[in-house]
Design a protein around this ligand. Structure first.
Ligand code: BES
Ligand code: MG
Ligand code: ZN
Length: 496
């Protein structure tokens, strides 16, 4: 995909050449040359509205057919987010114009004071990959374009580290796209069995160990919470496990646990009909974990990672779980089910316990868990709940690098007390509307017990109802990159 080259020449042949233009200051010298060849067209553009990406035809003045002029705004406002987003928009434009061969004048995008050179490369690779993603449809006349970017020549710093960094970024973007694809797949085409199949495929690609637990094995082990949710559906549940061993000497095993609800109707406590179709995205946590495993499998950091995905549908047949039912989880703790729509925490209870049984020394669960997190944080920020500030700190650090916002919610004792309000069981799965995201998170924390644990509620961030700079309407693949970054940072800074 990527070629690195030191100097751009107007004789170089591309379908489109990409240049960055800041609203203040002069053109980069290379851009200046192109502007001269194009008889000052870029100067004119700069004086007008120049926004994201403007296309200019070169009509023979350059050997490339088009120049994509990217408006970067004020130099002083420039950030890693801007670079990632603008690159994604370039990829989107390239798709529209059926560009196969792209040239990028990297130096015109760089503000040395705000971004390090190696970060520039990562962000270019990542942004381009993210922008290339398109939602698959199932129409008779499909929107699938067979033309997509095949070669990107990056003009600028010509060294191996730069090339490596671009490919790292690209890997992060493609792992995210893999997660997005899963989230966007309709529920009838992505059942728990299908999700398990995807996971096995991923495991085989990267040489991970894997295990898929079937219903009979779950019964033997006593995974009563996952089985209770699955009881209302004809689709058998799956407990999906992948293991990446990048450091056999180390005892640490990071456990990622993803909610794999392939469709959530609410069960007997059924959801309102409006927008229920979007509940095919209720496996966004599982998608994030698989996306992260894809990135990790590619980049092979020297750490050990376990992925556990409890997967089920939440439907309502004659055997379905009912409000008032008391179930026994894998941990032995009993749960009174006050609301069958609070099913995510039930399957995650068994997922977290199983991840512990398999030796996880730290746990991160990712789940589209509560509507309440949308009320608290909106759709741009993931909510976190933790029992360990150090692990949370590591995750926040990773999320700053990936540009995926996370904000931590309180975990004070009274919230935990709200879970102990059942007369007949250890825990109540739905203690009420107050602090809904906190109690949901802490419910899962009951099963993490003393193991360092962070819960990430992505109900607001896993799905976007309109396109953003980084991607189209639908699944965002949120947290795939942050989880991968967390694992990769662990290699860089081994903890005592
Ligand atoms: N999957 C939903 C949460 C959700 C809501 C995800 C909106 C994405 C967008 C979850 O299973 C759920 O139904 N939660 C309930 C919990 C309540 C019954 C305690 C909710 O948020 O209403
Ligand atoms: Mg639900
Ligand atoms: Zn759900």
């Amino acid at each position: 995909m990527f070629t690195i080259s030191s100097t751009f020449d107007s004789n170089n042949k591309h379908d489109a050449v990409v240049v960055g233009v800041f609203s203040n200051g002069t053109f980069h010298p290379e851009v200046d040359k192109i502007n001269d060849l194009l008889k000052g067209q870029l100067t004119k553009l700069k004086k007008t509205k120049l926004k994201d990406v403007e296309k200019v035809y070169t009509i023979g003045q350059l050997n490339s057919e088009m120049v994509f002029v990217v408006g970067l705004g004020e130099k002083t406002e420039f950030s890693t987010e801007t670079l990632r987003e603008k690159m994604a928009l370039v990829a989107k434009q390239a798709r529209i114009d059926k560009v196969i061969n792209l040239g990028v004048l990297v130096e015109s995008f760089v503000v040395r004071e705000s971004i390090e050179a190696s970060d520039v490369a990562v962000l270019i690779g990542e942004g381009l990959a993210l922008g290339m993603y398109e939602v698959e449809d199932y129409k008779e006349k499909t929107n699938e374009v067979d033309v997509s970017v095949e070669n990107v020549t990056l003009y600028g710093e010509n060294n191996e580290t730069f090339e490596e960094a671009v490919n790292v970024g690209y890997t992060y973007g493609m792992g995210t796209n893999r997660a997005r694809k899963l989230v966007n797949t309709p529920g009838n085409l992505l059942t728990p069995a299908d999700l398990a199949e995807e996971a096995v495929e991923l495991a085989k690609e990267h040489g991970f160990e894997y295990e898929i637990l079937e219903k009979e094995e779950m019964e033997k082990l006593g995974m009563g919470a996952l089985l209770a949710v699955a009881a209302g559906s004809d689709q058998p549940p799956k407990m999906i496990v992948l293991k990446y061993s990048g450091n056999k000497q180390a005892d640490e095993l990071i456990g990622f646990v993803g909610k794999g609800l392939t469709f959530d109707s609410g069960g007997i406590s059924i959801k309102p009909r409006e927008n229920m179709h979007e509940m095919k995205m209720d496996m966004g946590g599982a998608a994030a974990v698989l996306g992260a495993m894809d990135i990790i499998g590619q980049l092979k950091p020297k750490v050990n990672v376990l992925a556990v995905i409890p997967s089920s549908e939440n439907l309502l047949n004659g055997s379905a779980l009912k409000p008032g039912d008391v179930i026994r989880s894998l941990s032995g703790k009993t749960i009174e089910v006050r609301n069958t729509d609070a099913e995510g925490r039930l399957i995650l209870a068994d997922g977290v316990t199983y991840a512990k049984q398999l030796g996880s020394t730290s746990l991160v669960d990712v789940a589209t868990l509560t509507g309440a997190v949308l009320i608290a944080l909106g759709n741009c920020t993931t909510g976190a709940v933790t029992n360990n500030e150090d692990l949370l700190g590591d995750i926040l650090e990773a999320s700053v690098e990936t540009g995926e916002w996370i904000w931590s919610l309180p975990n004070f004792a009274p919230y935990k007390q709200m879970l102990r309000t059942s007369d007949v069981a250890d825990l109540n799965n739905a203690p009420g509307r107050l602090a809904g995201s906190i109690t949901a998170g802490l419910f899962i924390g009951e099963f993490a017990e003393k193991t360092p644990w962070v819960h990430l509620d992505i109900a607001g961030t896993a799905w976007q109802s309109k396109a953003s700079n980084l991607g189209p309407l639908g699944g965002t693949g949120v947290m795939a990159r942050t989880l991968a970054q967390l694992a990769i940072n662990k290699e860089l800074v081994p903890k005592e």
